[in-house]
Design a protein around this ligand. Sequence first.
Ligand SMILES: O=C1O[C@H](COP(=O)(O)O)[C@@H](O)[C@H](O)[C@H]1O
Length: 263
Amino acid sequence: MANQANLYSFPAVDALAPALRAYVISCQEAGLARHGVFKVAVSGGSLPKTLAQALIAEPSSPADTVKWDKWEIFFADERAVPLDDADSNYGLLKTELLDKLPAGTPPPTVHPISADPEVLADTQELSDQYEQTLVRSFAGRDSVRLPIFDLLLLGCGPDGHTCSLFPGHELLRETDAWVAPINDSPKPPLSRVTLTLPVITHAVRVAFVATGGGKKDIMKEIFEEESGLPCALVNSLCGDRCSWFVDNAAVEGISYPRRPFSL
Ligand SMILES: O=C1O[C@H](COP(=O)(O)O)[C@@H](O)[C@H](O)[C@H]1O
């Protein structure tokens, strides 16, 4: 299974969470060694809740510490809604995770995708502005072809979409932009912005989290068929830089080999 995506399966989320934590902390330490900060982008959907379960726990040792003040948090995708809207991925991360950090935790730096109502109405402008945010953080586009995130934490929709990249959508062929708008999302809301496939597959590490029996049909397509689904494209382009943290229910009946989790 050299250079193929790692599939780590756990009986339930309770067992998945500590492994996910260990993995994120190892990516954090690698990022800190590389450039003194940890640059991570996160998805919305079911991910923030599982992430909170993984990360908001007392460290079991100094090496198990989440160094929040060293984190720069970006968004893998966002819906074109105000940040306090129930559909906002930023809003979700805030409610599920950021607001639950213990009092006195030195806060991470968070880069939401715009709060300006005028910009929200123009998704091209919204993505251009977020791309500029990335340019400022990752150096100018003149000096880097693509930003290199230390880690992307992604979800997998029941149709195999990830970020706001949907099956068969023309955005999957984007080769230039770092961030792109979508105004015909098959899943509401219609208007969103997303990191593009070249940015996703350029990250140092990519981790998917997928749980529950509702994901098992699409997981079979992703791992066992030539589906061309967005999640499958990430798998084939990232190889073993990509790891899946799933519960047994999500991979029931799938023969793709699971790996015992280790760092
Ligand atoms: O719309 C979205 O859905 C995906 C998958 O969500 P899930 O609830 O099935 O985990 C999510 O990763 C993405 O960020 C979000 O915008």
